[in-house]
Design a protein around this ligand. Structure first.
Ligand code: DC
Length: 231
């Protein structure tokens, strides 16, 4: 029986981290956790309570109601994916909206929220056999992860991919607007005080600007194989 690994995948937004992590988990029959979805679900919860919105943010209410939030990932066999549930409601679609995307950077900067999410993420990882993607997985959540990948791709390519993805879902958003959002999120991710996005010293960089998903899988499989052979 192969040793169960913890694989941490960090990197910039819209790099295809979740797609990549999901495929790795599927191949290895591991659990896949999209940690960004957790921050998105938390954001949606507070948006609905109107603690974050165009008028600002109610920090004390946010902190005091943090324990009312329960997040689960439930496997949907019809779609062959894990979906995000917020207090037993399937919110997978809603958490991907432009509105949630606009507020999630602010919510993910709050210390109390990050502490709670890290705690939950570590609990999920306790049994190993997990692929988790995010911004601080290799640096904060699992600093001892067996394999750490840091993903990046050019802004134009990321914006193009995101634009196509939204278009396929029937959502028409201006390309330049998407690009601006991506740049703004990069800045927010890299410059927040707590757990900013940075490459762990022992993370392997994957620039997938010119790589297909299949090529990325070949690349990671070689790394997994090497790890399992003890090198
Ligand atoms: O991966 P994503 O774009 O769905 O992430 C949504 C937001 O959550 C993003 O703005 C950064 C934040 N995030 C974070 O701060 N730490 C993580 N581990 C994952 C996501």
């Amino acid at each position: 029986m192969d040793k169960k690994l913890i694989i941490a995948i960090d990197g910039y937004s819209s790099c295809g981290k979740s797609t990549f992590a999901r495929l790795i988990a599927k191949e290895l029959k591991y659990i896949f956790i999209d940690s960004g979805a957790m921050y998105r679900a938390v954001t949606l919860f507070y948006m609905r309570r109107k603690y974050i919105g165009s008028t600002g943010l109610n920090l004390s209410a946010i902190i005091s109601e943090l324990n009312d939030i329960h997040i689960d990932f439930v496997f949907n066999p019809d779609l062959d994916v894990y979906e995000t549930f917020l207090n037993s409601e399937n919110v997978e679609k809603e958490i991907r909206s432009m509105e949630v995307t606009a507020y999630v950077s602010r919510i993910s900067q709050i210390f109390e929220i990050r502490s709670r999410m890290v705690e939950l993420q570590r609990q999920i990882g306790i049994s190993k056999g997990i692929v988790m993607d995010g911004r601080d997985i290799g640096t904060v959540v699992f600093p001892d992860a067996d394999i750490k990948i840091f993903m990046t791709a050019s802004v134009d390519i990321r914006a193009r991919r995101r634009h196509d993805e939204l278009k396929n879902k029937g959502i028409n958003v201006d390309f330049e607007e998407i690009k601006r959002t991506i740049i703004a999120r990069d800045i927010a991710d890299e410059n927040r005080d707590i757990s900013p996005l940075r490459r762990a010293d022992d993370a392997i960089i994957l620039d997938n600007s010119r790589m297909t998903v299949d090529e990325q899988m070949v690349w990671i499989n070689a790394i997994i194989e090497k790890k399992r052979n003890g090198s």
